[in-house]
Design a protein around this ligand. Sequence first.
Ligand SMILES: C[S@@+](CC[C@H](N)C(=O)[O-])C[C@H]1O[C@@H](n2cnc3c(N)ncnc32)[C@H](O)[C@@H]1O
Length: 385
Amino acid sequence: MNINHYYKYDFEPISKNLSSSEIKLSELENIRYIENPKYFHKETAYKKKIDGKISYYYYFSKIKSVKASLGTRYLTHGLDLYKGNFHAQMIRSLINYCNLPPKSIILDPFCGSGTTLIEANLLEFNAIGIDINPIACFNSHIKTKLLDVPLDFLISHNKKYFDINYYNKKNFTKFNFNEILKINIRELFYLFIYTRAISDETYILKNRFESFKDNYEIIIDILRNYQILKKQLRLSIGKTKIMHGDNLFHLKLIKKNIIDCIITSPPYLDVIDYISNDRNQIKYFINESEINQLRNKSYEQKYESYRITEKKFWLKIEKFLQEAFRILKSNSHLIIVVGFYRKMHENLSRLAKDIGFIMEMIIKREFFNFKGKKNHDFILFFKKI
Ligand SMILES: C[S@@+](CC[C@H](N)C(=O)[O-])C[C@H]1O[C@@H](n2cnc3c(N)ncnc32)[C@H](O)[C@@H]1O
């Protein structure tokens, strides 16, 4: 499909260099234009202008750190360094494709750094996120909360927040995510900047204290610009609930037929060891034996042989798909992004169909990874009829 196709509707694309999968996604999201053309400039992910009106996405995409290397790490998406996260623009278009009624609930049972949750909230939907990694849960909680907390609530001149020893003395040996949620957002905000400094120390070998100071400035700047925009556009933001732990445990607690849409991405078998990646940050909250307990429940856990790793992984995925089918409303979508690794998309599609999902389509998405190498993954669209 030629990009000029958009002009038929008086759409101006966000970029003239969209890949073929992006063009496909940008066509899929047009269902929202057909539904309510007046509202589409607020929702689109791939158009700069709709009928002469600048899209909200275009404004959002300008608010990010100058150092943000990835094009779509705008607003609160780029505040942490979580590895293996989604492309926010893609998620926005997928939510649009699902064409949900107001107040819908979007679930991401492998929420990682919260990409689905943030986009759901920016589109005024409510979201539920689950992850086994405490840092993923903590970051997702903060990044969704910051979309709707005035800056005055966050900024403090209390010197304790700028003293690294203050954080070193904190003791979370009895980590309970529900207890963390009770701590006021200002306290959590500074703690978030501190844990981000720990990850800088790990990934970019930057001194923790320097990182804290730099990140504080950058984050405040992003939030200030966002809040000005939020006021101008009169944005209303949905709410997110995060649950920490094994998703097979939490999904069982969700009533049947109540979720409007699931957009998610499980680990790609054992390609990324999420717990090890964030070990230094996680250690701030919990001790080694608790870390090992989490690892035992992770989908990406490595066993003594690859054959066992693979077998246990697919058993878990099958159980997850069964739960997803149970909690989704009829006529709702389950959209899963998987890597091309070991033909995961084929196995997953077969299992989902056996459970009762209808396969709507597959999009092959090509992209350049962080090393600049050509890569691709698959977006699998299932529907519960
Ligand atoms: C591909 S990542 C998801 C990244 C996410 N889409 C984002 O944008 O950041 C997969 C996630 O699954 C999580 N995970 C692994 N085992 C899990 C389990 N048993 N329950 C819940 N989450 C789990 C990992 O911690 C990781 O964050």
